[in-house]
Design a protein around this ligand. Structure first.
Ligand SMILES: NC(=O)c1ccc[n+]([C@@H]2O[C@H](COP(=O)([O-])OP(=O)(O)OC[C@H]3O[C@@H](n4cnc5c(N)ncnc54)[C@H](OP(=O)(O)O)[C@@H]3O)[C@@H](O)[C@H]2O)c1
Length: 331
């Protein structure tokens, strides 16, 4: 069977961060990169040994040289790239947050389902070996029924108004960038959400410095979550059950260790280092699923991404913040 050929869209921080991980993925090859500027595409290709550099997104999305597109642009620039890729029959792996808006996410999901192409949000955390182990510990009933999830993702960043993390038009703010991890984690362990309470502090640019998020899940579970750019925090997550709890050791969005605490039993540690920088696991999932003819990942299904986007949008609307998708004109 021939390799699944990957193409990266956008040559920013995360694109550089993940490029080296394709070498660890059986059946995959990093075949192409696309930038809005030919020079940046060429520089990225030379640095990472990528055979083909496209000087426009559209050119790569319309080419027959890639099978799956990894979308690594700012959040409001995910939707149109995804729609164009889908239109051209390509599978997509879309960086978190899936889109800037719930309606944008729905458009992408509808288009992918209609076309029958594989689509997934790049929520790498769900594929890391110790997170998979935590799910198994829960499935075996080791901590009883899961009742609550508690955790934070604080990541201190100096305010720079033009940077994508702080600029409203680039989807800035802690909720879409960091809140997506804590909400996604809670949704993975406690399921969908029936009510959302969110409190925020804002930057002068009008986006969130920090957010405190309380969720009531439809199954009865409760989540207490926090995220922010204006403080240093452990990035720890705890899954609380009726017979014990699991600590996902910092930083929980790319952990290599969990500790299982059960009443009356010494704590048990499970350790497993991610392969490469940790992105190889999500790339392996996509590569394998595409080869097997799936259109979604059972571990990170599109309905979960839609639910997380719904919760994030509810948090944002409680702060009076409404994002928009960028119109890229990729006709
Ligand atoms: N999974 C993770 O660990 C992780 C970590 C960081 C970021 N992310 C996600 O990845 C996405 C990109 O984040 P990043 O930190 O890589 O951002 P970044 O460094 O700003 O890079 C984004 C890239 O998108 C392209 N782009 C297209 N339109 C743009 C515009 N109007 N303004 C700026 N850039 C534009 C640019 O590439 P060209 O100039 O080549 O077209 C740019 O280099 C975000 O959705 C973010 O949440 C994920």
């Amino acid at each position: 069977m021939s390799n699944v050929r990957w193409g990266i869209v956008g040559t920013g921080a995360i694109a550089h961060g993940v490029a080296g991980d394709f070498q660890f993925v059986p059946g995959a090859e990093l075949a192409a990169v696309a930038s809005r500027t030919p020079e940046k595409a060429q520089a990225f290709a030379s640095r990472h040994g990528v055979p083909r550099a496209f000087g426009s997104y559209q050119e790569m999305l319309e080419s027959d040289e890639v099978d799956v597109v990894y979308i690594a642009t700012p959040h409001p620039h995910h939707r149109d790239v995804a729609l164009k890729a889908i239109d051209n029959g390509k599978a997509i792996l879309v960086e978190k947050a899936f889109t800037a808006t719930l309606s944008g996410a729905r458009q992408v999901v509808e288009a992918a389902r209609e076309k029958g192409v594989f689509a997934m949000e790049a929520m790498w955390t769900r594929f890391l070996p110790v997170v998979a182990a935590a799910r198994e510990v829960v499935a075996w009933g080791r901590i009883g029924d899961v009742e609550a999830v508690q955790g934070d993702l604080y990541s201190y960043r100096e305010f720079q108004p033009d940077h994508r993390l702080f600029a409203k038009e680039l989807g800035g703010g802690a909720i879409l960038d960091l809140g997506v991890y804590v909400v996604n984690f809670a949704q993975a362990f406690l399921g969908n959400v029936k009510s959302v309470d969110c409190m925020t502090r804002l930057f002068p640019s009008g986006v969130e410095r920090a957010a405190s998020i309380s969720l009531a899940h439809t199954g009865g579970g409760l989540s207490s979550l926090a995220c922010g750019f204006d403080g240093h925090g452990p990035g720890r997550m705890v899954v609380i059950g009726t017979k014990g709890w699991i600590e996902v050791e910092p930083r929980f969005h790319h952990p290599s260790m969990i500790t299982i605490h059960r009443n009356g039993v010494l704590p048990r540690i499970i350790e497993a280092m991610p392969t490469g920088r940790g992105y190889s696991h999500e790339f392996a999932e996509v590569t394998q699923r595409i080869r097997e003819g799936y259109t979604e990942s059972p571990t990170m299904p599109l309905d979960d991404s839609l639910e997380v986007m719904r919760v994030l949008e509810s948090c944002l609307s409680q702060a009076g913040i409404y994002h928009q998708e960028a119109e890229l004109g990729l006709v």
